[in-house]
Write a protein that binds this ligand. Structure first.
Ligand SMILES: Cc1cc2nc3c(=O)[nH]c(=O)nc-3n(C[C@H](O)[C@H](O)[C@H](O)COP(=O)(O)OP(=O)(O)OC[C@H]3O[C@@H](n4cnc5c(N)ncnc54)[C@H](O)[C@@H]3O)c2cc1C
Length: 497
């Protein structure tokens, strides 16, 4: 920040920890006036993914807890060193967390339990020489060589059965099909956790949940210095001058406030920091008797803003990589719903869809047949059944079509390669919004196994998957082959029975 003036205004889009921290550093380290900083947040609460909500009557929900540890969270501790707790102005949030963690350190006595409920010796990581060599190879490879490859492309089966992998993946929420680069980055960042991952003694805990212990004190510190947080404001677009080479500058932020459009014009010495995308965009809550709504249409602003600016210049990246490519991007979490002061076993579990895509195992992928109960549709059902628990079946009477909702598993799929025929096809494939798969009646290619393979491939990558079974129209094909019309219709119908 070399060109700030006393009038410099700063707009922070989003009220997550990124913006809150930026506001603190702008005041503390860059000397900006708090009154000149404005946080634009679409939700009625700040904190973003570090959320916490509820009251003693309805219960409290927090979507997750960051596993804070000493060595990797250098910026966070630097930030929290500045912020006093809400209860004791002489104590910083950092001191409170460290004090609390010293008193209540993590020491799991049963980090891994096997199928027979036996506690395993988790201190034994179980890595053999080959596993270690594969790990070292991944760590040594430069990112441009690793590219878009997945974790399971770098390790053999033994690695995935080790105690190490069971603990690492559950500590850091990895799936075998996640990005290998991401794993490498995490391993480099959290290597110091290895000797204590089985307890996990390195994790620092906050006294209250992280919204109350971290977000609220920062919010108070900022409010005391005049920072304005504007809730109910969604930033929908940004205007730029310049280009990637000469440098870009934001000249205006387009917003929607309480349903009405508005604009913030930025002067030459003003700045805007945008949070693009969010892990918790379009999160929805469910309960024991109610599934969380699956939100497909990007109601939150996080990804829509990114998409809007990405349309203007390719170097703004590809939001679709994070919000559109695969149903697997949509995690489902079961959360403890705490009521009153304490938590008791048996209280309602809250389920929460986060991110933008359907989680594995959640109903909603549609298999559409031209007829309700045909052979092909039965094959589709068997294939869908093999992908997960049985789905619901309903009929769309007006068209005589059947709609079957299948479930899916997270098992890796091999053997299928999609080859786009043109650049336009490649584009559509990359967007991965909707796959329509035609299943030909009378075509032995479409065995249950094959349909399952295609379905798994499609469910892994696309937000929505539909199967079309044109059994009715195949009567005409049969007629063209010489069948009398009535016989052709009967045969086509039979294929659909
Ligand atoms: C369950 C869970 C567990 C996690 N565990 C860990 C962990 O152990 N360790 C770790 O380091 N990290 C962890 N994380 C990740 C960490 O919480 C996030 O990376 C971090 O909180 C992101 O902060 P952020 O400010 O960048 O974005 P967010 O917290 O996503 O905040 C973005 C905010 O901006 C608002 N917003 C977005 N777009 C717009 C717009 N166009 N207009 C107006 N407002 C907008 C959103 O409403 C939101 O409030 C976890 C996350 C979750 C969900």
């Amino acid at each position: 920040m070399t060109t700030t003036t006393s009038d410099t205004r700063v707009y922070l889009v989003g009220g997550g920890i990124a913006s809150l921290a930026a506001a603190v550093f702008l005041i503390r380290d860059a000397g900006l006036h708090g009154e000149n900083i404005r946080i634009l947040e679409e939700l009625p609460v700040v904190g973003g993914a570090l959320d916490g909500t509820g009251d003693p009557g309805r219960g409290f929900v927090a979507r997750g807890g960051r596993m804070l540890e000493e060595e990797a969270y250098v910026c966070l501790w630097d930030l929290l060193e500045t912020i006093p707790t809400l209860t004791d102005p002489d104590k910083t949030v950092k001191d409170e967390v460290w004090e609390f963690s010293r008193k209540w350190s993590s020491h799991a006595g049963a980090r891994l339990i096997d199928r027979d409920h036996k506690i395993l010796d988790a201190a034994d990581l179980g890595l053999d020489l080959r596993d270690k060599a594969e790990l070292v190879r991944l760590l040594a490879l430069p990112e441009h060589v690793i590219g878009a490859r997945r974790i399971d492309e770098f390790f053999s089966d033994h690695f995935f059965a080790t105690n190490f992998w069971a603990m690492w993946r559950t500590t850091f929420a990895f799936q075998n099909w996640h990005s290998a680069i991401e794993l490498k980055r995490y391993m480099l960042r959290f290597a110091q956790e290895l000797p204590r991952i089985h307890t996990p003694a390195g994790v620092r805990r906050t006294r209250l949940h992280q919204y109350d212990s971290i977000v609220r004190p920062i919010q108070q510190w900022l409010a005391d210095r005049g920072v304005v947080t504007e809730h109910g404001t969604t930033v929908t677009d940004a205007d730029f001058t310049g280009d990637a080479v000469s440098g870009r500058r934001i000249t205006a932020l387009r917003v929607v406030r309480d349903g009405r459009p508005g604009t913030y014009e930025l002067g030459e010495h003003d700045y805007a920091f945008l949070t693009l995308g969010s892990m918790t965009a379009d999160a929805a809550y469910g309960a024991d008797d109610r599934a969380p709504e699956l939100i497909r249409d990007k109601r939150d602003g996080a990804f829509r803003l990114w998409e809007a600016i990405a349309r203007k210049a390719p170097d703004f990246g590809r939001p679709n990589t994070f919000c559109g490519r695969t149903p697997r991007r949509h995690p489902l979490r079961a959360l403890q719903h705490r009521r009153g002061a304490g938590h008791h076993p048996g209280q309602p579990q809250h389920r929460c869809h986060m991110g933008r895509r359907r989680p594995p195992g959640v109903p909603g992928a549609d298999l559409v047949g031209a007829r309700g109960d045909g052979r092909v549709l039965r094959r589709l059902r068997r294939a869908a059944g093999a992908l997960g628990p049985p789905g619901r079946t309903s009929r769309t009477g007006a068209h005589g079509g059947g709609l079957m909702t299948g479930n899916m598993t997270a098992a890796p799929v091999g053997g299928l390669v999609a080859t786009p025929l043109s650049a336009a096809c490649a584009d559509v494939l990359a967007q991965a919004e909707h796959a329509c798969i035609g299943v030909g009646p009378f075509n032995s290619y479409f065995s249950v196994g094959r349909i399952r393979q295609i379905a798994q491939w499609a469910y892994e990558r696309f937000a929505q998957v539909d199967f079309f079974v044109p059994d009715g129209p195949s009567a005409y094909t049969l007629q063209a082959l010489g069948y009398p019309p009535e016989r052709a219709e009967w045969k086509a119908r039979r294929q659909g029975q």
